[in-house]
Structure formats: structure tokens, C-alpha cells
Design a protein around this ligand. Structure first.
Ligand SMILES: Cc1cc2nc3c(=O)[nH]c(=O)nc-3n(C[C@H](O)[C@H](O)[C@H](O)COP(=O)(O)OP(=O)(O)OC[C@H]3O[C@@H](n4cnc5c(N)ncnc54)[C@H](O)[C@@H]3O)c2cc1C
Length: 471
């Protein structure tokens, strides 16, 4: 059985890694991994400069979702995993030009401790009363088949101030998205679950908290690799046989004839029984453009939308900065800045910088600044430095600055996303041996990409066994 995996980001790499495990166990499967760029990893990329670990894309993954950690265990990388330094965890929100801490006990937008809410300057009295009302007289839950935008969902529970000051900036940080367009069902599934069980999100958060208390100490919120996320990519690539790897090989539109996929790339033309498209949805649509009867599937793939992201790393001497404690800050759109968020990297993880150095990682772009990737690197650094001066009073010249642009890299899970994915899956089934995976469909974070990449391997193996059984 010959399988082509197209796209060498974490999704395609995971599929390749688990297929390789099947092959080593004796499964009659051969695979080739095609990647357009000269390196594997997609948006996962780490640079080590002047003793700093600089993440160009993701810096960690959520510890609560097990799949990335399981992959690291399978890669024998467990000893390299590090947790975020949660004793330093504190996030600030820019409000009228000043940084206000997110009150202690907030679980995303659900408060769990009354004291810090009462004394917080982040919320008006009206918003605080709204939180009390959510607890005492929560709104009607959504019907099981209903969806709603994150803004409407959060507003229904806590009012518009929570959307503007907390939910929208947090989601801008994760999805580069707009709370008014993102789907609550696809991006906040645990909150919908909590709503259906407790009606009140505060009651749900309190129940989750007391369940935690009864168990062991909670794991750190984020997990990363000691010397950067690229380590995961390198470990997978090292375990794949050389003859399976093709980088700098962008694949052309596919052809499907008599149940066989014909694939051409810069240096190769070959036939495969199964094909995995581990690609952004629009690239997948382009690759299917010559496949007979794929027009409906292609239309659906074009319906998924994306935003772009820019990350900027700036290195300073610590004694030149006066930063508030914590992991960093978020900027609500009403503040009129181009910076969406900033991480104080030296606080979030250990071993990221040498002694006496502070590393700031700034995010721009997203739904509110679609053209950020069009700016030159020097324009971007100038904007970031100006805004950091306004927000943090940073006047020092950075010792180092690095800019990374990710065009159309952040899939947007808009309202009714789950329905769109279900329609897409229905159409994919009509094509023999076709599998679609990647961050556009059922989870944008690395753990979900790993989970889906692994399920693509399982689907390939199921099909292979079914074919052998019937022949
Ligand atoms: C700035 C940023 C920060 C993030 N931070 C986090 C975080 O902290 N934690 C977290 O969990 N997630 C984070 N994410 C999300 C997560 O990193 C991504 O969703 C995930 O890595 C995507 O992996 P992928 O393999 O699906 O896609 P990609 O990484 O986009 O890989 C797709 C690959 O396909 C290749 N390709 C495209 N066209 C072709 C072609 N024709 N032929 C062959 N190959 C092709 C591309 O070159 C690319 O390598 C972040 C994302 C970004 C952009």
C-alpha cells in the first residue's frame, strides 16, 4: 500500500510518524512525506540566537489535552518536557492605556473567587453585578444543535464588557480571531458543556475547581520543550527513513484515475493508493481542483477562513525594563493598538534566556489587522517599539529583534464550523483513500493537530485492512 502525505507541519509529521510505527511492526505500507518548504515543521520553528530560545510560531501546548504529550512519550522526549512557571502566571489587560491584572481565579472568563473581582479595576460595578447575576440567575442554555458567536455566548452570560476586555483579546491571542465571528461551539466546547450541566459558567468553573482540589496538584497550564518546540519536529524527522522524506517539493494538483492518485511535484511523479492532505484548507482545495466530481468538496474547503499572524521577538537587558510581574499582557481592540498581545518569555518558561536578559514576544495581525504581514520587518519593529514605549515605557534599544510572518496560518472556526466540517467529511468519503487533516477542522492547537494526524494513520490502516480482507 503506497501512501502520500502532503504537508510536513506537525499534522503531516504525526501521520508519518505513526505510519512508520505500523511499518516497523510489519504492516505492508510505504509512505512518502512531501513538504513545499526546505524544512519540515510548518509553523513550528525555533531559533537559538545569543543564548535565547526564540519561538517563531507556537511556544508550547496546552497540558490538559494529552495527545501532544503522548507523541512526545512515543518519541522518547519526555525528559525534555517542561511546564510553564505557573507561580509567575498573571496576565494583564490594557485598559485606557494602563495594564490591569486579570483578577486571580479567572478561568478564562469565569470568575471563581469573589474577593479579587470585587477589588479589580478591570471591570465596572455594572459588570461585577452581572457576574453575580450569572451565578444566581444564569441564562437559558443553548439547544444541543444550536451555535452562537463567542461574543454572543459570553455576553449572554456576563455582558459586553467581558467580551471586550477578556474574551475577545484572549481569542485574538489564540486564533487571531474576532469574538463576533468565532463559533462558541467550536472554540469553547468545555464552556458549552458547563452551560448545559450547570447553566451558570461560574458554577461550572467552581465545580471543576473543587474536583481538581480532590485530585492531585494540577499540571502546569502549558507544556513546552526544554530547548524549543522545534525539538518535536526534529525528533520525528530523525525517526523517519530518509527515503520517505521530500522537502522543497511543493505538490501540484492531484489526479485521480481508477481509484489511484497520481501526484507530481518538482522532482517526482508517482502513484499512490491513499493520500493525506495535511494542508491549509485552501491549499487542499487547489490540490483537488483537477479531481473529477470534487467541486462541492472544493467549495466547502474554500469556505474555511484564515487570518495571518506576525510574531516579533525583542531581546533586552533586564535592568533596562520595568515590567509588571507575570506572563504578559493582552490588548483589547478598543485600545486602538496594533499589538494584540505580548509574552514575557523569560517569566513563562525557564532556560529561555541567559541571566540578566529579558525576552518579549509580541503578536500582531489577526482579524483586526489583516495587512500586518504586508509591512516590512523594519516597519513592524518600529510600530512594536513605539507601542511598547506607550504601554510599558520601554525606551531602550533592543539588543536583538526578529520578525516572523505567518500568512493565512490561523484557521478561523466561525459560527456553524462543526456543521461545515461534517459536510466536508461527508464529501471526503466519496473519494477512495483521501484523508484531510490539519489545523482547519477540529482543533487549531498542537495537541488537536497531533490527535487528528494520528487518526489519519488509523483511517489509512483501516482502509488497508479492509481492502486486503476483500481481495
Ligand atoms: C504564530 C502562531 C503561534 C501559535 N501558537 C500556538 C501555541 O502556542 N500552542 C499551540 O498549541 N498552537 C499554536 N499555534 C497553532 C499551531 O501551531 C498550528 O495550528 C499547527 O502547528 C499547524 O500544524 P499543521 O501541520 O496543521 O499546519 P502547518 O504547520 O501550516 O503545515 C502545513 C505544511 O504544508 C506545507 N505545504 C503547503 N502547500 C504545500 C504543497 N503544495 N505541497 C507540499 N507541502 C505544502 C507547508 O509548507 C507547511 O509546512 C500557533 C500558530 C501560529 C501561526
Amino acid at each position: 500500500m503506497r501512501v502520500a502525505i502532503i504537508g510536513g507541519g506537525i499534522s503531516g509529521l504525526t501521520t508519518a510518524f505513526y505510519l512508520e510505527q505500523e511499518r516497523r511492526r510489519g504492516a505492508p505500507v510505504q509512505f512518502v512525506l512531501f513538504e513545499a518548504e526546505p524544512r519540515f515543521g510548518g509553523v513550528i520553528r525555533t531559533e537559538r540566537v545569543d543564548g535565547c530560545v526564540i519561538e517563531a510560531g507556537p511556544d508550547s501546548f496546552l497540558s490538559a489535552k494529552p495527545w501532544a504529550r503522548e507523541l512526545c512519550d512515543d518519541l522518547r522526549l519526555s525528559s525534555q518536557l517542561i511546564g510553564s512557571r505557573d507561580t509567575h502566571r498573571r496576565t494583564h489587560i490594557l485598559l485606557r492605556g494602563k495594564l490591569e491584572p486579570l483578577p486571580d481565579g479567572m478561568q478564562f472568563m469565569s470568575p471563581t473567587k469573589p474577593g479579587p473581582i470585587v477589588t479589580s479595576r478591570l471591570f465596572s460595578t455594572r459588570a461585577k453585578l452581572r457576574m453575580l447575576r450569572e451565578y444566581l440567575a444564569p441564562p437559558e442554555p443553548l439547544a444541543p444543535d444550536e451555535d452562537q458567536s463567542v461574543a454572543d455566548f459570553v455576553s449572554r452570560h456576563f455582558g459586553p464588557e467581558m467580551v471586550e476586555r477578556v474574551a475577545d483579546p484572549l481569542l485574538a491571542g489564540i486564533y487571531g480571531g474576532d469574538a463576533a465571528r468565532l463559533s462558541a461551539r467550536a472554540t469553547l466546547p468545555t464552556f458549552l458543556d458547563s452551560e448545559s450541566r450547570y447553566r451558570s459558567l461560574i458554577r461550572g468553573a467552581l465545580a471543576a475547581k473543587s474536583a481538581h482540589k480532590r485530585g492531585t496538584t494540577p499540571a502546569p497550564l502549558f507544556t513546552s520543550m526544554r530547548d524549543g518546540m522545534q525539538r518535536m519536529v526534529d525528533a520525528i524527522v530523525r525517526q523517519l527513513p530518509r527515503e520517505t522524506l521530500r522537502c522543497s517539493q511543493p505538490v501540484d494538483p492531484l489526479q485521480l484515475r481508477d481509484g489511484v492518485w497520481r501526484l507530481t511535484s518538482r522532482e517526482e511523479a508517482a502513484e499512490f493508493e491513499q493520500v493525506v492532505l495535511a494542508l491549509p484548507a485552501h491549499t487542499a482545495a487547489k490540490l483537488l481542483s483537477r479531481v473529477p466530481d470534487a467541486s462541492r468538496l472544493i467549495e466547502i474547503l474554500w469556505e474555511f477562513s484564515y487570518t495571518s499572524a506576525v510574531t516579533v521577538a525583542l531581546k533586552y537587558r533586564s535592568n533596562e525594563l520595568r515590567l509588571p510581574p507575570g506572563f504578559g499582557f493582552l490588548v483589547p481592540r478598543s485600545e486602538g493598538k496594533r499589538i494584540m498581545a505580548c509574552t514575557f518569555v523569560h517569566n513563562k518558561f525557564e532556560n529561555r534566556v541567559p541571566e540578566g536578559v529579558s525576552l518579549l514576544r509580541v503578536f500582531l495581525g489577526g482579524a483586526r489587522d489583516e495587512n500586518a504581514t504586508e509591512l516590512s520587518d523594519s516597519e513592524i519593529v518600529e510600530i512594536v517599539r513605539r507601542e511598547l514605549r506607550e504601554i510599558l515605557n520601554v525606551t531602550a534599544e533592543p539588543e536583538l529583534s526578529r520578525v516572523f510572518k505567518w500568512k493565512n496560518a490561523m484557521a478561523q472556526y466561525e459560527v456553524e464550523h462543526a456543521l461545515r466540517v461534517a459536510r466536508m467529511e461527508m464529501h471526503v468519503q466519496r473519494f477512495p483513500g483521501l484523508h484531510l487533516t490539519g489545523n482547519a477542522y477540529q482543533g487549531i492547537g498542537i495537541p488537536d493537530c497531533v490527535r487528528l494526524g494520528r487518526s489519519a494513520t488509523d483511517a489509512i490502516m483501516r482502509r488497508m485492512r479492509a481492502q486486503r480482507a476483500s481481495s
